[in-house]
Design a protein around this ligand. Structure first.
Ligand SMILES: Cc1cc2nc3c(=O)[nH]c(=O)nc-3n(C[C@H](O)[C@H](O)[C@H](O)COP(=O)(O)OP(=O)(O)OC[C@H]3O[C@@H](n4cnc5c(N)ncnc54)[C@H](O)[C@@H]3O)c2cc1C
Length: 392
């Protein structure tokens, strides 16, 4: 077995996409690979590396060029996130969430606010968090209780958010809060300056993975937000949040593809090096079959993510269900592939000298956040049972 990296299929990608992939791969090799293990061990937020990613356009990948974004497609973005995540899923996923929140902001903010904050967000000079989940409202996000009461030219926010990625190091919070009745239709979205008076941050959560980015609760105690910081119109916040998540789910799926590719490459190399019973591991058919299944799962997952991305790019009416299917499939496959790669490494896979255990820990949460994989099944089943449309 040769020692080269497992080739990523290129047939369905255009020249530009191959160029983005190479740029992201080279960047991740230069700026993530030497430091990713240290960021993980020391829970260090790599602000400088993220700024450099911003210089390449990676912080506003599918944000309009008019606002300083790269103006790329969701498919292009998935290709970039996969490459970043092959080296560091945690940092790649942080950048992906920043992209999601930045897109929500630039696509829905009033022009004056969009022009004031958008370019700095799209360039990565400023960073954004997405604030939907609450202590009592996780999967049932439409039951959120954080309130925004209109008071003259402003809204006053009270309540709290849980598990907010990047909280404490980001500059802008995209906050979903209730301005009206119970349920999804009573929710509005706001762009809130992260240092506004009345905002409090909880302790940094101690997590299984994603150590290079902080996760914190955020509280709002009488936080006054100018009315022109409303994103879209009153009552549109849940719809905006879900539109953001269509792309976010693709991004997170792409991060799982990257982690899986990184793990598969490592397992393949290791099978060519490690000897037991007088043979290379690569000579055991049991392990060959394992590797074959891992590659098959990964290629299928990648096709699914790319198909869903094309649906979103084409604004297909069924894009949401495709994004849910891709998220369910790719994040489950990604974790399973990393786990198998760890097994192929034996005891060495379990220790930190090899990157496998970090890749596995980092992509575990992809099955949970941006809607758990059970909730992805709820979305898929609802589509099947309510629309009776075929999914092709
Ligand atoms: C590291 C990390 C980072 C995060 N970052 C962010 C962020 O930046 N912004 C943000 O807003 N949120 C974020 N989240 C929150 C994340 O989106 C939620 O954790 C997730 O949506 C699940 O909510 P929950 O944890 O309250 O679980 P629950 O909703 O309490 O679910 C518990 C279990 O029940 C299952 N379940 C619930 N309802 C159903 C149902 N109807 N049918 C079948 N099974 C069901 C779930 O799938 C899960 O297995 C983050 C979470 C983590 C761990």
């Amino acid at each position: 077995m040769d020692m080269h990296a497992f080739p990523t299929p290129t047939t369905d990608l255009g020249e530009d996409q191959l160029a983005y992939r190479k740029a992201a791969r080279d960047f991740a090799q230069a700026e993530f690979a030497p430091y990713a293990a240290h960021w993980d061990t020391d829970s260090e937020f790599p602000r400088e590396a993220i700024a450099k990613a911003g210089e390449l356009g990676f912080c506003g990948l599918y944000v309009d060029e008019a606002v300083g974004g790269a103006g790329l497609t969701r498919l292009d973005a998935a290709i970039v996130f996969e490459e970043l995540a092959a080296i560091d899923p945690s940092t790649a996923a942080f950048i992906s969430i920043h992209n999601m929140a930045t897109w929500m902001f630039t696509a829905h903010a009033q022009p004056s606010l969009r022009d004031a904050w958008g370019p700095a967000l799209a360039s990565g000079e400023k960073l954004a968090s997405y604030c939907l989940t609450e202590p009592g409202a996780g999967s049932d996000a439409a039951s959120l209780k954080t309130r925004a009461e209109r008071d003259g030219d402003s809204y006053v926010l009270n309540g709290s958010k849980a598990f907010i990625s990047g909280a404490g190091v980001t500059d802008v919070l995209v906050v979903m809060a209730r301005t009206g009745q119970d349920g999804a239709g009573g929710i509005s979205a706001f762009a809130v300056s992260a240092d506004a008076q009345g905002i409090g941050y909880g302790r940094k959560e101690d997590k299984l993975g994603w150590h290079s980015q902080p996760t914190r609760s955020v509280s709002f105690d009488g936080v006054r937000v100018s009315a022109d910081h409303l994103l879209g119109k009153e009552g549109e916040g849940f719809r905006i949040a879900m539109k953001g998540l269509d792309g976010g789910r693709l991004n997170i799926s792409a991060c799982s593809l990257g982690a899986a590719q990184g793990a598969l490459d490592a397992a393949r190399r290791y099978m060519g090096e490690r000897r037991q019973f007088g043979k290379k591991l690569a000579e055991f058919q049991g392990l060959q079959f394992k590797l074959a299944d891992m590659a098959t799962q990964l290629v299928a997952a990648r096709q699914m993510v790319h198909t869903a991305a094309r649906k979103l790019d084409a604004r297909s009416s069924d894009a949401t269900v495709w994004c849910a299917m891709a998220k369910r499939f790719a994040t489950d496959a990604g974790f399973a592939i990393c786990n198998e790669a760890l097994q192929i490494h034996g005891g060495y896979g379990y220790i930190r000298e090899y990157p496998i255990e970090r890749l596995m820990r980092d992509c575990r949460v992809h099955q949970i956040l941006e809607g758990t994989n059970e909730i992805m099944r709820v979305i898929i089943a609802r589509h099947l049972l309510n629309t009776h449309e075929e999914l092709r």
